[in-house]
Design a protein around this ligand. Structure first.
Ligand code: SF4
Ligand code: SF4
Length: 204
C-alpha cells in the first residue's frame, strides 16, 4: 500500500509539478511549480514549494491557503494531492537552495530574499497508474486529513446478472452472490453504473 510519504516522494522526483489555486475571480489557476522538498517524520508528511511575494500565486495562497498538485512520471504513475498550505517563511530557504541548486540561477545572491516557502501539511491524495493491467489506484491522507470516498459501489439490490462485470473495461468487478467492485482497479468511468438493469450500483 502506498503512503503519503511514497507519493510525496514521487512528486519530488518529478519536481516540475502542476499546482492549482483558486483566483480572486473564483476560477482555477494552474502553474508548473517545483516541489522543492518533502519531509516525513513524527509530525507528519509535508511538501514544500516556494514563490515570490510579488506574484499573483503568492496572493492567492495567502488568501485561500489551499492547493491541488499533480504530476506524472515516466512510468505512467500519476499522483495528485490537495489540501491546506501554511506560509513557512524563509527558515527553509537555504536548505531548499542546497537541494535545488538551479534556484541559484533564477534568484542569485541575496535576491532570494523576495521568496517565501509554503508547506502543504494536511489533505488527501491519490496514486494512479495506467501502466499496469488492470490499472491501479490508491487513496491516502496526510495530517489530520481524511480520504473522501469516490467511485462506485454495488449495493444489496444486485441480482447477479453479470452485466457490469462483462462490460467493465478493466474487468474490475468480481462475481459472487453480490458482485463487488475491486476499488483499487476501478477507473471510475461509470459504465457499470449506467448499464445495471436494476440500478444496484451507486455513486459514492
Ligand atoms: S449489473 Fe447490476 S444487478 Fe447485474 S451483477 Fe452488476 S450490479 Fe448486480
Ligand atoms: S466504474 Fe468503470 S472501471 Fe469501475 S467497475 Fe465500473 S465499469 Fe469498471
Amino acid at each position: 500500500m502506498r503512503t503519503a510519504k511514497d507519493c510525496f516522494k514521487i512528486l519530488r522526483d518529478i519536481r516540475d509539478t502542476s499546482m492549482a489555486t483558486v483566483g480572486k475571480d473564483g476560477l482555477p489557476r494552474l502553474r508548473i511549480i517545483d516541489t522543492m522538498l518533502v519531509e516525513s517524520d513524527d509530525e507528519g508528511d509535508r511538501l514544500y514549494f516556494l514563490t515570490a511575494r510579488g506574484k499573483d500565486f503568492y496572493r492567492e495562497l495567502m488568501e485561500n491557503r489551499y492547493v491541488a498538485i499533480t504530476g506524472l512520471n515516466d512510468r505512467w504513475e500519476t499522483v495528485r494531492v490537495r489540501g491546506k498550505v501554511a506560509n513557512a517563511g524563509q527558515e527553509l530557504l537555504e536548505k531548499i537552495f542546497i537541494e535545488n541548486p538551479s534556484m541559484n540561477n533564477v534568484y542569485p545572491g541575496d535576491t532570494r530574499d523576495i521568496l517565501e516557502v509554503f508547506c502543504l501539511y494536511e489533505g488527501e491524495g491519490e496514486y494512479f497508474c495506467l501502466a499496469t493491467e488492470p490499472i491501479e489506484r490508491e487513496s491516502f491522507s496526510f495530517g489530520p486529513g481524511e480520504v473522501t470516498e469516490k467511485g462506485y459501489e454495488i449495493t444489496n439490490e444486485c441480482i447477479g446478472c453479470g452485466t457490469c462485470s462483462t462490460g467493465c473495461p478493466q474487468k474490475a468487478i468480481d462475481d459472487g452472490q453480490l458482485y463487488v467492485i475491486r476499488q483499487n482497479n476501478c477507473l471510475h468511468c461509470g459504465r457499470c453504473y449506467e448499464n445495471c438493469p436494476v440500478q444496484a450500483i451507486i455513486r459514492k
